[in-house]
Ligand binder design. Structure first.
Ligand code: NAD
Length: 357
């Protein structure tokens, strides 16, 4: 298969971590006999410095012409005082919009080797965590109209609108069911159907869509309960699917319980066209250029790119297995190091994953 990937290194540790991820991508492609073409483009502060805007048109075109996009991270103190429209984050929002990405997939995996970093009680961590949160990204309270401020009975008030169309609910549910088919075949749809009309429609559509996936079990859970169960019994979840606001909160909660920011990848998918794959952490300006950043979240984003972007499951598993092997050998970057571990730098960690592949 011919694979074309547009890499957007971005700012801070972005160039270091994407360099290691690119090497892993090239190696896995070679091992499985795929021809890979990698192009690089500017985004964020790097693009502002070079051409004056956070998302140059060339970058959008390069992404649209690729089969997938791999992003490092954007932002840093150097650009914090620019006017909002010219800030690095605008590049990220812009590329998500240009690619029509509506589904955000965030796996939270607790590697047994890293259980000591988890915020969970030891007996709960021992049962393992392997949850995929599928969050709707373009609708709900964050974008609903009308929104704004008004004067009500002589005092200031503000309002937002939570609105979803059936088609928007259906397409995110399908992403969740498809993902579950590649996992343990359980979808938990999270809502607040005891209070919200939006959630009642969500539940109805979920039940209807589930009829197309008789091999996948669908359950429903209220969001307050889901927030609690994620820390009490995270091993009980496979795929969690939910709307934008609930997903924003629950995906951060799921990430936090693993305790390892440098280990967590993400994918954002649209209806068609290239998906965007990136670590969930930021550009870590405090450690940029020191060769101490953890490249594993970006390398695991390559695994998501292979699986969800290109449908290459065996290749994705090979990358994930290589990461497990390296952790099993006791290699750690500084952020995940515990007593007695062998601490390595960013490039050495990339090298170790390559060797394990
Ligand atoms: P951050 O995720 O960049 O860093 C938080 C802490 O985690 C820092 O101490 C950092 O050193 C550490 N860290 C993060 N990734 C690491 C890695 N791979 N290896 C080792 N340590 C790692 O969050 P922040 O400090 O709040 O933000 C820094 C900049 O990143 C800001 O400009 C912010 O706007 C931007 N940001 C970008 C994205 C993105 O591009 N998607 C996401 C979040 C923040």
């Amino acid at each position: 298969m011919k694979i074309s990937v547009c890499v957007l290194p971005g700012d801070g540790i972005g160039p270091e971590i994407t360099a290691q991820a690119e090497r892993v991508l090239a190696a896995v492609a070679e091992r499985f006999g795929h021809a890979v073409e990698i192009r690089r483009a500017l985004i964020g502060g790097a693009a502002i410095d070079a051409v004056g805007v956070p998302l140059p048109e060339d970058t959008v075109a390069a992404c649209q012409a690729s089969s997938a996009v791999l992003l490092g991270a954007v932002g840093g103190p150097k650009w914090d005082d620019l006017e909002p429209a010219l800030r690095p984050e605008k590049g990220l929002l812009g590329i998500r919009k240009a690619l029509g990405l509506f589904a955000n997939l965030r796996p939270a995996v607790l590697y047994s080797e890293l259980a000591a970093s988890s915020l969970l009680r030891a007996d709960i961590a021992a049962q393992g965590v392997d949850v995929l949160v599928v969050r709707e990204l373009t609708g709900g309270l964050y974008f609903g109209e009308p929104r704004g401020e008004a004067v009500v009975d002589g005092e200031r008030a503000a309002f937002n609108t939570m609105i979803y169309r059936e088609s928007e609910i259906e397409r995110i549910l399908r992403v969740a069911f498809e993902a579950a088919r590649r996992r343990r075949r359980q979808v938990c749809s999270v809502d607040k159907a005891n209070v919200l009309e939006v959630s009642r429609l969500w539940r109805e559509v979920a039940a209807r869509v589930s009829q197309d996936y008789p091999d996948v079990e669908l359950t429903h859970m209220y969001v307050d309960n889901a927030a609690m169960q994620l820390v009490r019994a995270p091993h009980a979840f496979d795929v969690v699917v939910t709307e934008n606001l609930f997903g924003d909160i629950l995906s951060d909660e799921a990430a936090a319980i693993t305790g390892s920011l440098g280990m967590l990848p993400s994918a954002s998918l649209g209806a068609s066209g290239p998906g965007l794959f990136e670590p969930i952490h930021g550009s870590a300006p405090d450690i940029a250029g020191q060769d101490v950043a953890n490249p594993l979240a970006t390398i695991l984003s390559v695994a998501m790119l292979l699986r969800h972007g290109l449908g290459l499951e065996a290749e994705a598993q090979a990358v994930e297995q290589a990461v497990r092997t390296v952790l099993g050998r006791g290699l750690r970057t500084r952020d995940i190091a515990t007593h007695g571990a062998t601490v390595v730098g960013c490039a050495q960690m990339g090298e170790a994953v390559l060797a394990a592949l």
